[in-house]
Design a protein around this ligand. Structure first.
Ligand SMILES: *Cc1c(COP(=O)(O)O)cnc(C)c1O
Length: 483
């Protein structure tokens, strides 16, 4: 089926005189190998690598690339992750030589355009948040959480109020308690009630003068807007604590509700979710944070500043927690976010969120009779359905259904998160999907419920591998084809 033996012959590629055209012509003498690599570090025998022709190499890697599912190839309703389409236009703009070929060690005067773009992005993100200052440095949403918590810790220290606890609801993303621990706090869980909202009595019981921050995701991970958010913010502020908004679900409320207006003091954005940047193996991310003015002095340095004539990097920030990432952040991703926001404008961003919410509610209404949604029959941009009924009736789990969806040509929804719902399937269609796609997905899910259980237990049947041990695959990855 596939040529599984084709690997680039590295020995050949590195041999002098056979290098690519960008390297010096072969009449330029190379330094002798002895001077470059000590003898002990050199290979003394030629490695046994397969020798294959270019077409075989191309086919091998092209086939490998096609084994994956992506937003460009399949509907990808992975709840909480907001897998919306990545407009190719933003890729082209981010690849313009004037943006792409810059080097971070260039003088400020020679990249005024990039600094202007980053400065304007800081301002736009502050406005969308309803907050005052923005750092573009963090490299992912989770990194933004940690950076904001470090910023909060510096604020409390500076005010002589060292505080120990960071609270988060039991429906929170695992990164919330992890970030709290990494930033040096004790992570404390607050219960959600049966209605899916934060249990105010439990919150009240856990608030005290050691509470630094309450981290809240709003809309929450059940796809519901925390209707008590104002009261929650008042309670937390009442004990001198701060509200952190996990902004992963901003796609539901752009231009409709601003975190700063409903009580948040700081938040992160996930540009790869909300602003259509590419998601990529945990790599090419960014997680800008926005904060209220009293926290601004502690943000990582530098921020991008403008004096009315020139843009510059402001390192003169004596209370800053320092750098959390090299250079100015993941600028390529930030450029894409800038292009996205400028393309839609304020009115367009609101429409993005309205359509995201509409699409999710459309799917919810088509599916709730087979996969009940415990928390009501309306949602924001995503909803959490449960397969508990079908599990009880015929022993088919949310995992079986997720795996079977691959055979129908759909990426699975998020399963088993949030952990507060049994056999959960968290479905987020995003605004970039057509009614036809949503109909086809709903039809596939309904057909799956009618299939014999044995077919589902052994699914998927059409993929190169079926059910790997995911923990083992992550801990002991096998990265070669050797048997
Ligand atoms: C995705 C997500 C995060 C973490 O963001 P990354 O950019 O993946 O680090 C945090 N909280 C929620 C609710 C999320 O969905």
């Amino acid at each position: 089926m596939r040529n599984t033996r084709a690997i680039v012959p590295l020995f050949e590629l590195s041999a002098p005189g056979r290098r690519g055209t960008t390297l010096p012509p072969s009449d330029v003498p190379y330094a002798p190998m002895d001077e470059i690599l000590p003898a002990a570090a050199r290979a003394h025998a030629r490695s046994e690598l397969p020798e294959v022709a270019e077409p075989d190499v191309v086919r091998h890697f092209t086939c490998l690339s096609q084994l994956n599912m992506s937003v460009d190839t399949h509907f990808y309703p992975l709840g909480s992750c907001t897998m919306k389409y990545n407009p190719k236009r933003n890729e082209r703009l981010a690849s313009l030589p004037g943006l792409l070929d810059l080097h971070p060690y260039q003088s400020e005067s020679s990249h005024q355009g990039m600094l202007q773009l980053l400065f304007e992005l800081q301002q736009m993100l502050a406005e969308i948040a309803g907050l005052d200052a923005v750092s573009l440095q963090p490299a992912a949403g989770a990194h933004g959480e940690m950076t904001a918590l470090m910023t909060a810790a510096a604020y409390f220290r500076d005010h002589g109020r060292k505080r120990r606890k960071v609270l988060a609801p039991d429906s929170a993303h695992g990164t919330n308690p992890a970030s709290a621990a990494v930033a040096g706090f004790d992570a404390v869980t607050v219960r959600s009630g049966p209605d899916g909202y934060v249990d105010l009595d439990d919150l009240r019981a856990k608030l005290d003068d050691q509470t630094a921050v309450f981290m809240i995701t709003n809309p929450n991970t059940l796809g519901m807007f925390e209707k008590n958010i104002r009261q929650i913010a008042d309670m937390v502020h009442g004990v001198g604590g701060l509200i952190y908004l996990d902004g992963a679900n901003m796609n539901a409320i752009l231009g409709i509700a601003r975190p700063g207006d409903f009580g948040a003091d700081m938040m992160h954005y996930n540009p790869h979710k909300t602003f259509s940047g590419p998601h990529g193996g945990g790599g090419p991310g960014a997680g800008p944070i926005a904060v209220r003015s009293m926290l601004a002095p502690y943000l990582p340095a530098p921020l991008v500043a403008f004096d009315g004539v020139r843009y510059r990097l402001d390192y003169d920030r004596p209370k800053s927690i320092g750098r959390v990432r090299s250079f100015f952040g993941n600028v390529g991703v930030l450029v894409r976010a800038y292009c996205y926001i400028r393309t839609y404008g304020a009115k367009g961003l609101r429409e993005v969120s309205e359509n995201a919410v509409l699409n999710a509610n459309y799917l919810l209404s088509k599916l709730k009779h087979v996969f009940p949604v415990q928390q009501g029959d309306r949602c924001m941009h995503e909803f959490v359905a449960t397969a508990a009924k079908i599990k009880a009736e015929k022993g088919v789990s949310a995992m079986d259904i997720a795996k079977r969806l691959l055979d129908y040509g759909f990426h699975a929804p998020t399963v088993y998160f949030p952990i507060t719902v049994k056999e959960s399937m968290m479905i987020e269609p995003t605004e970039t999907e057509s009614k036809e796609t949503l109909d086809a997905f709903a039809e596939a899910l309904i057909r799956i419920t009618e299939e014999p259980a044995e077919i589902l237990h052994s699914a998927p049947h059409t993929t190169a591998i079926s059910r790997p041990d995911e923990v083992k695959a992550a801990r002991q990855p096998r990265t070669s084809w050797a048997r």
